[in-house]
Design a protein around this ligand. Structure first.
Ligand code: ADP
Ligand code: MG
Length: 1017
């Protein structure tokens, strides 16, 4: 692989080596030489150069490989100056008989970079040759720059008069300039990396391991603010070999689409678009990128899934929790595609600010992408581990590093590097003060240098050591902000009202005049940095700088500035930035309440905005964000005794969002409270009663309480005339009669749900599909299985038209069951395979358990007994993990039957006895009691078996579901003799009914079970 690049090369050669070799004994000479190489290489690398090639005493340093940066030339010159110094110091330290001096040539130009795995890369070209000629022309201790380099660094580097050099192999003479020094600020912009060698080595070794094993690794880097995490990540990134794909994203405190924000930023960066890009263009670019990486057949699906993280794509349904899984599947698909060509490194910064769902997404993506050369580097403050002590748990290739403070030796070294011209005592003083925190050192030396610049020559040391250093890093930063020119100070302080990690100039302009010169000053003063490759986007160089600037704002200023931002955003487009508007109103309100607690006007506006943003988040995919927004709204609402309908509605929102998050206890708490404050409000009654009803029914098993709540919800929804709420309430409420064996009651509820969904003028396909699948289940108990299949297929059709994979998979499992009963086993198998695959991919564990039972059954009927056993065992395990109450009995029963058919009576008994304890408090028919009868029969305990079977049949008859009675009668007759089933006439009538309703499976299965099980004993 060869690549042309513009780089800056540094050619370094030792002047006195021949002389030295004559003066020193060979052993010592060798040691001196290797010490010299080590110094040069270390210096080059600390400024992100590479030592590429050694020829004789010469070292070739290259800046701009693999990644070019606009300050490559500057770093090359800085490294050259430092090398001069280091080599001279080395000579003195070793007390050599002649001083150690180097000649250095620096030149910028195009070269060919040949990637060679054994030496990483080789650099060739005229630019390299010219650097060598410049080096030869330099005096000992001198650095000569070529013309291009000189041009690139002219603002930052002082040079002596031009010199014309005769260079072999070049026409005429070549112009060269000797370096005399750096300007002060330049030195600061390129502070070399101090130490962190082991951490860098660990990271790059891990990367090598990633490529060698082709396995995904999760690396986490933790430490306190300012300790050097971002810098280390940056150094690692810069040292990656060419042909590595690097993607990076950052979590931040406030984003419109919180959960996926870091991923969205990463993808947008990769596509080269800003967040306000036109959706059509965004989709086009995304399609191009995915097409370039993935197989054509997967492209559309991956685009759709990744698009969700970017806010593309319609809202398809209500299974919000699976949206995360879809986005993850899209990410894994995209990265897997990229990694087919080259190793991929993903870097996420500031992950302690990310949402829990995003952290799960990252972990799960690494687990799923196991056979891929992918390294995910997560950078976060220590808090992340406090909140998520099990972070990275269960990932085999995981590495976690904690970044320690610098040692005092390295702190002094950093202070000397960062504070050009600082004397050692002052450096010591600063280092002691800083407790090994590089950020503190860089800031303090920055402050010192201003004092130096302001003070008359020769007085620096006195100024510094003569008075106390500011005691905290906050005070240091505050002092630096205080000494800015007025316009720059005004700009930083105002910029601090934006909490995001970066901001656009147009945002700043909402509250302050922005001039290019002022930005340049702030860049020079090291407060702002430009975002690379993003026009007009800036950020604070470090989060702590923003915090200090914000602290310096008075309450009054905060109130006015936040309010202005909120109003200006709302003027522009109130629907585009609901969360930002709410945030700024919230901050304005907090400041205002502090100033005057009796004035609640801003608080009321903020509550309105926060709860509206919460509603949007809840209706979108962001339940966690919704809870956060609602809770912030309540925090502004004053004491509980004054709460009313407004608060009740917010509490309802919290309850619903927590319901979707599966936090049922907290949901129930919020919903009950909502009903307490808002029982007179029809919306509260509609929504709070419905969700509370569902929790009563499905979680607490309280059918009576559920009935009362659902009735209340239905009445309110009807009165309100909200077809969405009504359809959903009916879909939940219908299960109460169903579980009370009232088939007509259940059917009436689900049919009404279907009618309401169909009558909804805006269409409600989600509810329509659910109603149809459920009606298919009801029909299977009293009508033809053909009818169930028809209803199920209709639901599937709707799901496919919606393009919602989850709805499709639910419908497919439903259809597979009717195909099975109709004995269309091959079709049933295919459809159930598809549903299982989707549930697995979406990590929908409850549905996966259910889908596996369906498939296991089909496999058993097809005589694929091992497959059946495997699926059913997995289903039983999942049910146990989920503490599942409704389908676990079904899973156990089918597993027991399968084991019987396999002739493994011992195992069948073992599985059964494990589950009877679990099912102790279940209703008779909901326990695996019929399986028990079969086991007893197989064990030769015919009398007990028959008695039990008859008892089951009696219960079944009492329930009164015609198809189930027929099936049970037929089964009992076939396996335990007609007497046990009430006589041959009844058995025959049952068979006829089963034939009429086309439940072929029920007719055939007892025969096959009898043959298999009873022949083995
Ligand atoms: N080992 C180091 N050598 C030189 N400078 C460092 C080192 N570690 C950190 N710095 C500098 O200290 C400042 C804070 O480091 P940063 O990486 O931003 O901290 P963090 O990300 O941990 O908050 C930055 O200016 C950075 O360049
Ligand atoms: Mg950082």
């Amino acid at each position: 692989m060869e690549e042309r690049k513009v780089v800056t090369v540094v050619f370094v050669d030792l002047t006195a080596s021949t002389e030295l070799s004559a003066l020193l004994d060979p052993e010592r000479f060798r040691r001196v030489m290797s010490a010299y190489y080590a110094e040069v290489v270390e210096e080059l690398e600390s400024l992100r150069g590479r030592a590429e090639n050694f020829a004789g005493d010469a070292v070739l340093g290259v800046f701009g490989v693999p990644t070019s940066r606009d300050d490559d030339a500057l770093r090359a010159v800085r490294a050259s100056l430092d090398i001069q110094q280091r080599v001279a110091d080395l000579g003195e330290r070793l007390r050599l008989p002649v001083p150690l001096r180097v000649r250095i040539g620096v030149n910028t130009g195009a070269v060919a970079v040949v990637a060679d795995p054994s030496v990483r890369s080789v650099v060739l070209g005229a630019a390299v040759n010219l650097a060598a000629r410049l080096q030869q022309a330099a005096e000992p201790g001198e650095i000569l720059l070529g013309e291009t380099t000189r041009h690139l660094v002219r603002q930052h580097v002082e040079v002596g008069p031009r010199r014309d050099v005769v260079a072999k192999g070049f026409e005429g003479t070549v112009r060269a300039w000797p370096v005399t020094g750096l300007s002060l600020r330049t030195a600061r912009r390129t502070i070399p990396l101090v130490n962190r060698k082991r951490e860098l080595a660990l990271l790059s070794d891990t990367f090598d391991r990633v490529t060698e094993t082709s396995r995904a690794h999760l690396v986490s880097l933790f430490g306190e603010p300012g300790i050097g995490k971002s810098r280390l990540a940056e150094e690692f990134r810069n040292a990656l070999p060419p042909g590595t794909k690097v993607l990076s994203g950052r979590a931040s405190a406030l984003e419109e689409d919180e959960t996926f924000a870091p991923l969205a930023e990463m993808v947008r960066r990769e596509l080269g678009v800003e967040s306000d890009v036109d959706p059509a263009l965004l989709r086009e670019k995304l399609e191009d990128a995915v097409e370039g990486a993935c197989e054509p057949v997967e492209t559309q699906q991956i685009v759709g899934r990744l698009g969700m993280a970017l806010g593309l794509g319609a809202d398809t349904g209500e299974e919000w929790k699976y949206r995360v899984a879809e986005v993850r599947a899209g990410l894994v698909g995209f990265v897997t595609g990229l990694a087919r060509r080259e190793p991929v490194v993903m870097i996420f910064e500031d992950l302690h600010l990310a949402q829990p769902a995003f952290l799960e997404l990252v972990e799960q993506a690494v687990r799923e992408a196991r056979r891929v050369p992918l390294m995910v580097l997560c950078v976060a403050r220590w808090e992340l581990l406090e909140e998520r002590p099990d972070w990275a748990g269960g990932i085999p290739d995981a590495l976690t590093l904690y970044l320690e403070p610098l040692t005092s030796k390295h702190s002094v070294a950093l202070a000397l590097e960062a504070g050009e011209g600082l004397d050692p005592e002052t450096a010591d003083l600063i280092a002691t003060h800083a407790g090994g925190n590089p950020f503190f050192i860089v800031e303090t030396t920055g402050l010192m240098m201003h004092e130096e610049a302001d003070a008359p020559a020769g007085t620096v040391r006195e100024t510094v050591s003569g008075r106390l250093l500011p005691p905290t890093v906050q005070a240091v930063v505050a002092a630096r902000i205080d000494r800015l020119p007025a316009d720059a100070r005004r700009l930083v302080r105002r910029a601090s009202v934006f909490p995001r990690s970066n901001f656009h100039v147009t945002d700043l302009e909402r509250i302050v005049d922005v001039r290019e010169e002022t930005l340049a000053t702030l860049e020079d003063e090291e407060l702002f940095v430009r975002e690379e490759d993003r026009e007009g986007v800036w950020r604070f160089r470090h989060g702590l700088l923003r915090d200090v600037a914000y602290d310096s704002l008075s309450k009054r200023e905060r109130r006015d500035l936040h309010l202005r931002v909120a109003e200006s955003l709302a003027d522009e487009d109130p629907d585009k930035y609901p969360r930002s508007i709410a945030y700024h109103l919230e901050q304005a309100a907090k400041a205002s309440l502090d100033l005057d607690p009796s004035d609640r006007s801003l608080a009321d506006r903020a509550i309105g905005a926060l709860s509206a943003a919460g509603d949007l988040a809840r209706r979108g995919i962001e339940s966690r964000a919704a809870v956060d927004l609602y809770e912030r709204a309540l925090a502004l609402a004053g004491p509980e005794r004054d709460w009313g309908v407004r608060e009740a509605r917010i509490l309802t929102g919290i309850g619903e969002a927590r319901y979707w998050l599966g936090e049922f206890d907290q949901a129930a708490g919020a919903l009950s409270k909502a009903l307490e404050f808002g029982i007179d409000d029809i919306r509260v009654r509609t929504h709070a009663s419905r969700f509370l009803g569902d929790i009563s029914l499905s979680v607490q098993g309280d059918r009576e309480g559920a009935t009362r709540l659902f009735d209340q919800a239905l009445e309110a929804a009807r009165e309100l005339g909200d077809p969405w709420a009504l359809a959903r309430t009916l879909l939940q409420a219908g299960w109460v009669p169903y579980w009370s064996d009232d088939l007509p009651g259940a059917r009436a509820a689900f049919e009404e749900a279907l009618a309401v969904a169909r009558g909804n003028p805006e269409g409600d396909p989600w509810a329509e599909a659910r109603a149809l699948s459920t009606l298919a289940t009801i029909a299977s108990s009293d009508s033809s299985q053909e009818e169930s299949l028809r209803l199920g297929e209709e639901a599937l059709d709707i799901g496919e038209r919606m393009g919602d994979p989850f709805t499709v998979a639910v419908a497919k499992e439903n259809v597979a069951n009717w195909l099975r009963r109709l004995w269309r086993l091959e079709e049933a198998k295919r459809v159930s395979d598809e549903s299982v695959e989707t549930f697995r991919e979406l990590d929908a564990r409850w549905e996966l358990a259910s889908g596996l039972i369906t498939r296991g059954l089909i496999e058993r009927l097809r005589d694929a007994l091992d497959d059946a056993e495997r699926d059913l065992r997995e289903a039983v395990r999942l049910c146990r993990e989920l503490k599942e109450r409704s389908i676990s009995v079904w899973a156990t029963r089918e597993l027991v039957k399968t084991l019987l058919v396999k002739g493994d009576l011992g195992e069948a008994r073992a599985v059964l006895s494990q589950s009877t304890t679990e099912a102790a408090e279940r209703a008779f028919l909901e326990s695996p009691v019929f399986a028990e009868a079969l086991v007893l029969l197989a064990e030769g305990r015919a009398e007990e078996a028959t008695a039990l079977a008859s008892e089951v049949l009696e219960h079944e008859r009492a329930r009164g579901w015609p198809n189930e009675i027929a099936a049970r009668t037929w089964w009992t007759g076939a396996l335990f003799g007609p007497e046990a089933a009430g006589g041959s006439a009844q058995v025959e009538a049952a068979r006829e009914r089963l034939e009429d309703v086309r439940w072929i499976e029920a007719i055939r299965e007892p025969e096959s079970m009898k043959k298999a099980a009873w022949s083995s004993t």
